[in-house]
Design a protein around this ligand. Structure first.
Ligand SMILES: Nc1ncnc2c1ncn2[C@@H]1O[C@H](COP(=O)(O)OP(=O)(O)O)[C@@H](O)[C@H]1O
Ligand SMILES: [Mg+2]
Length: 319
């Protein structure tokens, strides 16, 4: 649906603003963080100004594209420019509130800036060096909801809704439907075992091989990850006829994903040609309609969502 919307909303510009931004492969984490934070702030401003969600998303993508908007005189980049200014003032230890008040802009805009600063000053406007503290998700969730939300919102927007971080409670929303196959993941030999089990069950349900061959590939990747990064886990395959989806849930009791790695895995995946980075996430993002992830220091659940249409044809284009 979102993708369809994005298509409909395609802007008649040289570059499609709803494309996943092309990020340089040498983008450092702090630069990435700066861009995502700026996008998050601009998105908040757009919310306070009652702009549409699409406009908020566009700002997020746009923020990822450019290193700076301070010189921009493009109206559509004004909120990004203001967000960047706020960040800069803070960095230079200026009185952000005073600076906002002195801006020559309309009052409603000023109020939005003040609100954004007020709401997010503790977590956004602080100098952090992500390299030095390799935080796990749980610490984000417990002490730092906003930072978790930034990751969730920005990755969601930048992947056009394809990758979504979800909370523990939200898992149940995706666990409804008919469980048609289950398996335990403990050792390497479970990889082909689970894959074969899944294959047989999918065949029994009437899916064609050409349809599920890609699904099995990413299932193998997810299971391999469980063994490689998390030891023990469980796979559950669900057929949700109501939503016309097949979902693979892979749950483990591992240490959780390092949050700050996620943007790279989900957004920069295609760019890391030099480093021999894992292909697991790249493949998941390529093959699945959506990838959902719930992760904390006590374990992770990854949910791969696939379109279930059994009839081949041009249905998929309709969303
Ligand atoms: N089940 C998991 N638990 C914790 N971290 C994981 C899990 N699966 C993947 N990861 C993290 O995500 C990264 C990317 O995974 P992937 O793209 O499959 O590459 P690779 O497995 O080759 O490292 C891993 O390096 C690891 O840090
Ligand atoms: Mg892997």
């Amino acid at each position: 649906m979102r993708r369809l919307l994005d298509k409909v909303l395609k802007l008649p510009s040289q570059e499609n603003l709803f494309d996943i931004p092309s990020l340089p492969s040498d983008l450092t984490f702090s630069e990435f963080n700066q861009r995502t934070t700026r996008g998050f702030l601009a998105r908040k401003l757009s919310q306070y100004l009652d702009l549409t969600d699409e406009e908020g998303n566009r700002l997020c993508y746009q923020s990822l594209r450019e290193s700076s908007f301070l010189q921009s005189d493009n109206d559509s980049e004004f909120l990004l420019q203001l967000s960047e200014k706020m960040m800069k003032w803070h960095e230079q230890q200026q009185d952000v509130q005073k600076e906002i008040e002195e801006l020559e802009i309309k009052n409603h805009l000023k109020n939005a800036l003040l609100k954004a600063h007020d709401m997010h000053k503790q977590d956004l406007f602080r100098s952090s060096s992500p390299q030095s503290n390799h935080k796990q998700v749980e610490s984000f969730k417990d002490k730092d909801i906003t930072e978790w939300e930034i990751y969730r919102d920005v990755i969601f927007a930048a992947t056009q809704g394809q990758f979504l971080l979800i909370s523990e409670e939200e898992i149940s929303n995706f666990a409804t439907g008919n469980v048609f196959c289950e398996g335990t993941i403990k050792e390497r030999t479970d990889i082909p075992l689970c894959r074969n089990k899944a294959k047989e069950s999918l065949e029994q349900l009437g899916f064609s091989k050409s349809k599920f061959v890609g699904w099995l590939l990413v299932l193998s990747e997810a299971i391999t990850n469980t063994i490689k990064h998390a030891e023990e886990g469980q796979m559950t395959l669900i057929n949700d006829e109501e939503k016309n989806e097949v979902r693979f849930l892979i749950k483990d009791k591992g240490p959780g994903f390092p949050l700050e790695e996620l943007p790279k895995k989900t957004l920069l995946a295609g760019y890391s040609t030099k480093k021999s980075m894992g292909q697991g996430f790249t493949l998941m993002m390529k093959m699945a309609k959506q990838v959902l992830l719930c992760t904390s220091s006590t374990g992770s659940t990854i949910i791969l969502v696939f379109e279930a249409d059994k009839e081949k044809g041009d249905l998929s284009a309709g969303g």
